[in-house]
Design a protein. Structure first.
Length: 230
């Protein structure tokens, strides 16, 4: 959902990309919400219950012979490498092209090859330091890698450069909530997001997260809980 990063026109999803995204919905386990990718109209789900994550057009789990076998992380990387190959070829003559670098980063992000995604996003922000959308994606990938502090630092920088970046506020709130159990900080981000952009596309989801996060309002930052947040 997003701001322009150089790529024009709507994103076209290949069958492989759709399959990769369907797999991601099923293999990442259980968690609280999803984080939005800032540099594209697509979003990569954060961990969600598999029963609720089944996308349209995919066979439901438990269908015996009809059930598709999930690719391994190695197979997912191979698919991403194949899709990235023509872009990497173009980068040989345009190594600092932000649009190409962003597209490659997004491919690896969607395949959950987050170290590679971070590498390409870092190249984008090195060439275009105020690209808040790609910096948001980089921060989100860092969160998925478990690097909470650097993730939050990158969100902070993105919001310094673009204070009304809705996806950065949305995602930073989730990272504060999931990564730090900072309910107050998360709710503050989401309430600011709704105040700045009441027509935000994910506004209903934001309100749900505010309601759910407030159930943990008495917990101290960093405190663990076995109680599901949703």
């Amino acid at each position: 959902m997003s701001e322009d990063t150089g790529a024009k026109g709507p994103q076209i999803w290949t069958n492989t990309q759709a399959y990769v995204m369907a797999v991601l919905c099923l293999v990442v386990g259980c968690a609280v919400g999803y984080l939005l990718r800032g540099s594209s109209t697509a979003s990569t789900p954060a961990p969600a219950p598999a029963a609720e994550a089944q996308p349209q057009g995919m066979p439901p789990a438990g269908m015996g012979q009809q059930q598709q076998q999930m690719p391994s992380p190695e197979q997912m990387k191979a698919m991403a490498d194949k899709q990235a190959a023509p872009l990497l070829e173009q980068l040989k003559s345009k190594p600092n092209d932000p649009a190409l670098l962003t597209q490659v980063g997004n491919l690896y992000y969607d395949a959950q090859i987050f170290p590679a995604a971070v590498d390409y996003y870092q190249k984008v922000v090195a060439a275009d330091p105020k690209n808040a959308s790609v910096r948001t994606d980089m921060a989100t990938a860092m969160f998925y890698l478990g690097d909470i502090e650097h993730s939050l630092a990158q969100f902070d920088q993105a919001l310094k450069d673009d204070p009304k970046n809705g996806n950065a506020l949305f995602n930073r709130g989730i990272v504060k909530w999931q990564g730090k159990m900072d309910v107050k900080g998360a709710v503050a981000d989401w309430e600011l997001l709704l105040k700045q952009n009441p027509n935000y596309e994910q506004a209903a989801q934001v309100r749900t997260y505010i309601e759910q996060a407030k159930k943990h309002a008495n917990m101290k930052p960093g405190q663990k809980t076995d109680k599901p947040a949703m």
